[in-house]
Design a protein around this ligand. Structure first.
Ligand code: GAL
Length: 351
């Protein structure tokens, strides 16, 4: 196992960013950068040993400075949408940035995915990792509390890419981190993922209004095109006549998982029958956003390519969107001096 480093460009402010490539003994590698703790590449062998980069992204940090499609993005302080861009905690209403139809999306503008992070390596016999950390100051993006957080990216010899989040705050606050990597198991830039098959171990999901704010309901997937309890191609039902598919222009829903805090459970898979690559998603979080890249429109990506609708799919593990405002959703604010932690694993196998 080893980690290679190389320069990844300079920020507009002149800071030098680095690309760290974690390599295991089976030909798999994961590249991440201290600029925004973004995930840049995930190179995975197929059943014949042919390696492809299965993560959409950019060749240097310029793309990540203006990454409005959130390619590979580390998202904080609160993933997905907060309705009306406000929430109330301990009787105080906090106003957030309105960056999505008057709502707050992925914490607001920046800064998690665009700030330089400190780093530290962690290594043992069968894994190699890097810890990125930063202090998010009190009221950054409008959220209370100085939040000391870290994201650890680890690659193991079992082809697991492990993401662990830790955080603590000096004031009560809300935290919901996710990773927004778009996967294409045939390789980034190879076209649509609609023929790739997804499975999600969820009996229910959270319907939304037309602005993709949850209605507060937790509805069964049974009998709807949103049912992924039996593996099916992502494209099969994506244009079906269903209000939630219409609202989101395709799959972009939060599924309610049967997980337990602290216990990473297999919740979803993605499989590409042609290459034989399969990805298993494990998490201890209560929700996962299946986002089939409905609004994807990125230019100047790797090799100068563009990515369009459906050319990547995200499995964003998370607390439910707007859970800070909906009593019926499983969510607890982070108390001052308590520790937030969660784990998500993307494991690659061949079938
Ligand atoms: C997803 C979200 C989508 C879209 C996307 C970014 O997490 O569910 O609605 O906003 O991020 O383009």
């Amino acid at each position: 196992m080893k980690c290679e480093t190389k320069p990844f460009g300079k920020t507009a402010a002149g800071e030098q960013a680095t690309l760290f490539t974690l390599k295991n003994d089976n030909g798999m590698s994961v590249s991440v950068t201290d600029f925004g703790a973004n995930v840049v590449k995930i190179c995975v062998p197929d059943k014949d040993g042919k390696v492809a980069d299965v993560a959409l992204g950019f060749d240097d940090i310029k793309g990540y400075e203006d990454n409005d499609n959130y390619l590979g993005a580390f998202v904080g302080r609160f993933a997905n949408r907060i309705g009306g861009a406000e929430f109330t905690l301990n009787g105080v209403t906090y106003k957030l940035e309105k960056n999505d139809n008057g709502n707050c999306l992925h914490g607001g503008f920046g800064p998690y995915g665009i700030k330089m992070h400190e780093y530290e390596f962690v290594e043992d016999e069968d894994s190699i990792g890097i810890i990125f950390s930063r202090l998010s100051p009190d009221m950054e993006q409008g959220f209370p509390g100085n939040l000391d957080y870290s994201v650890t990216y680890t690659l193991t010899n079992d082809n697991e890419f492990i993401i662990e989040y830790f955080a603590n705050s000096d004031k009560d606050t809300i935290v919901n981190f996710t990773n927004h990597t778009y996967f294409n198991l045939a390789g980034e830039g190879s076209g649509s993922v609609y023929d790739q098959l997804a499975w999600i171990d969820a009996d229910s999901y959270t319907p939304t209004d037309a602005e993709l704010i949850p209605t507060g309901e937790i509805a069964p997937v049974e009998g709807t095109p949103l049912d992924f309890r039996t593996e099916k191609p992502i494209g099969r039902d994506i244009n079906a006549d269903h209000i939630d598919l219409k609202n989101a222009n395709g799959f972009d829903q939060n599924y309610a998982l049967k997980t337990k805090a602290g216990d990473a459970t297999l919740v979803a898979t993605l499989r590409d029958p042609k290459s034989g690559r399969k990805m298993e998603v494990y998490t201890d979080l209560p929700g996962i956003q299946l986002y089939a890249g409905n609004f994807l429109n990125a230019t100047g990506a790797k090799g100068g390519r563009s990515y369009k609708r459906g050319e990547g799919v995200c499995f964003e593990t998370q607390y439910f969107p707007n859970s800070c405002n909906v009593k019926a959703f499983p969510y607890k604010p982070l108390k001052a001096d308590e520790e937030f932690n969660s784990i998500t694993v993307y494991k690659f196998v061949n079938e």
